[in-house]
Design a protein around this ligand. Structure first.
Ligand SMILES: Cc1cc2nc3c(=O)[nH]c(=O)nc-3n(C[C@H](O)[C@H](O)[C@H](O)COP(=O)(O)OP(=O)(O)OC[C@H]3O[C@@H](n4cnc5c(N)ncnc54)[C@H](O)[C@@H]3O)c2cc1C
Length: 492
């Protein structure tokens, strides 16, 4: 039997949590986002920058807000802990994708407003011949480039290129679009005739590009001082490996259970072959980090061949999956397949913290062979007030397992025996299952604010009440930006 080291002597009190205050922080973050996106309009007013006649001002203000929102997208790359820790990776990436559409919409509108109302707009080359050929060409290339960038992101899974190459193209493409957009803005924008406005745009683009440098140069350089080594790799299931790494002459990583890191196994910390993986161990497990990795593509298929002692590098921790509130009366964990990884870390953490609340784990897999680490899970039930409900879709199920997929009836039966308004729920599963579980939980009376989900795939979804609520918030943000740009054009 596999030995698991659960050190209950380090029991700590149940920690005060940030989940409830997380939504307040999320609101504050959205407010900051709106204010920063509208900042160029404020700068133009303060600098008394010249405008355009008629609808030209609307075209310009929409472009200014759209360009600022485009530059803000650099901050939503998922590598800034201030952001991922506050709203979580899932919400952040969804916001990144949604605001990509908003930026595209605004910047698509920009030339159309000129084209639709010629003569009223003060279009460069018309009343303002100051728009140079360079400004025109860069504007067109940036415009088409942005369309290409957004479509390549929407249809990424269908593109015949590896994810790493797509990611490189996405980052480099965004940087080129930002530079071309800057040249266009400085050459064709009337407001940019003001040195203050021009300086603002140069600074904003500079910051956006610096954020890329920070991710791809500074952070790897910092990692050089904190190398890791692969301690062990072994198979724990069909196409599923457990990988552990240990710090190489440093004291390891401070993280919270359920967080994830970007992992690179290579001689050096540079390059694009790094992938996000949830930490399947708990902070109290010691300085090593454990990952449960399912073969899902070219990189993850090679994990089993990684040599013990190989150099590893990590960037993180990121995310805020899995901090129960103190006033959660009971906890429900739902793991779909390899979604067990962060939940294992959470359960181990609960055990080490001496959490005695009633807990239930629904562990669902398509095939019985995908149920992994059964002995470790059983051992956790001995230290926690934890019931495990195994669910398998295929007919050949182990004794005691329920027939999947998890539906309304099974979920209701599995809800811990507590006030449903106070059940803290943590879901990590394939996107479709997350949507289904969120929907069923909300229908069963669990408040959306008590449900936290972690997605392993960044996809903008509107398949559950929580996802729809998030989408409504984002649409309101887009509406505020467009309304503010319109008001600005009308009153300036
Ligand atoms: C926050 C988070 C935590 C994760 N935790 C785990 C875990 O604990 N265990 C596990 O098995 N898997 C986890 N994943 C998924 C894992 O990162 C992908 O399966 C892996 O990166 C696939 O890489 P590949 O080259 O093998 O497959 P590919 O065929 O190259 O990619 C398959 C899909 O995985 C995604 N993907 C690939 N590379 C990346 C990347 N660098 N960054 C983001 N997404 C990528 C893309 O959606 C891609 O379409 C996690 C993902 C995220 C976002």
């Amino acid at each position: 039997m596999r030995r698991i080291d659960i050190d209950t002597t380090t029991t700590q009190p149940v920690r005060a949590t940030r989940r409830r205050s997380g939504s307040l922080h999320g609101f504050a973050l959205i407010l900051v986002y709106v204010l920063v996106a509208l900042l160029p309009l404020a700068v133009a007013v303060v600098a008394q920058a010249p405008g355009r006649p008629g609808l030209g001002d609307l075209a310009s203000s929409i472009a200014m807000v759209g360009f600022a929102a485009l530059l803000l997208e650099f901050a939503f790359s998922g590598r800034f802990r201030l952001l991922t820790d506050v709203v979580g990776m899932d919400a952040l990436m969804r916001f990144h994708q949604f605001s990509g559409y908003v930026v595209l919409l605004m910047l698509l509108l920009h030339p159309y407003l000129y084209a639709l109302f010629p003569g009223e707009t003060g279009i460069p080359g018309d009343t303002d011949p100051g728009g140079s050929a360079l400004a025109g060409v860069t504007g067109f290339i940036a415009w088409f480039g942005l369309i290409g960038l957004v479509f390549a992101a929407i249809f990424r899974d269908d593109l015949p290129i590896p994810y790493e190459r797509w990611r490189l193209g996405h980052g480099v493409g965004a940087a080129i679009i930002a530079i071309l957009g800057l040249v266009h803005t400085l050459g064709a924008g009337t407001a940019a005739a003001s040195p203050v406005v021009a300086g603002f745009w140069i600074g904003a683009v500079g910051l956006a590009l610096l954020s890329l440098l920070q991710v791809y140069a500074l952070r790897p350089w910092l990692q050089l001082r904190r190398p890791w080594r692969v301690r062990a790799v072994h198979s724990v299931g069909d196409d599923i490996h457990e990988l552990t790494i240990e710090p190489d002459r440093h004291d390891g990583l401070r993280f919270q259970a359920g967080q994830f890191v970007w992992l690179r196994i290579a001689p050096g910390p540079w390059g694009l072959r790094e992938h996000p993986f949830s930490i399947a161990s708990a902070p109290g497990d010691g300085p090593g980090l454990r990952f449960i990795i399912k073969a899902n593509g070219d990189y993850t298929r090679q994990i089993g061949a990684v040599a013990t002692g190989a150099a590893a590098w990590i960037d993180g921790p990121f995310g805020h999956f899995g901090e129960p509130d103190d006033d959660d009366a009971a906890l429900l964990f739902i793991a779909g397949g390899v979604g067990l990884a962060p939940i294992l870390g959470l359960l181990r953490d609960r055990l080490q913290r001496g959490d005695q609340r009633p807990m239930r784990l629904i562990y669902a897999c398509r095939w019985r062979r995908d149920l992994i680490l059964q002995e470790e899970l059983d051992e956790l039930t001995r230290g926690l007030d934890l019931d495990i409900v195994r669910v398998v879709d295929e007919e050949d199920r182990p004794a005691g397992a329920q027939a999947g997929p998890v539906g309304a009836e099974l979920l209701r039966e599995c809800l811990p025996d507590a006030d449903r308004r106070r059940i803290g729920c943590f879901i990590c599963a394939p996107p479709g299952m997350i949507d289904a579980m969120e929907t069923l939980l909300v229908e069963a009376g669990v408040p959306p604010g008590r449900i936290t989900s972690e997605r392993f795939r960044y996809r903008f979804s509107a398949g559950s009440p929580i996802a729809r609520r998030t989408r409504r918030v984002y649409m309101a943000v887009a509406g505020v930006l467009i309304l503010a740009a319109t008001l600005f054009a009308l009153i300036s």
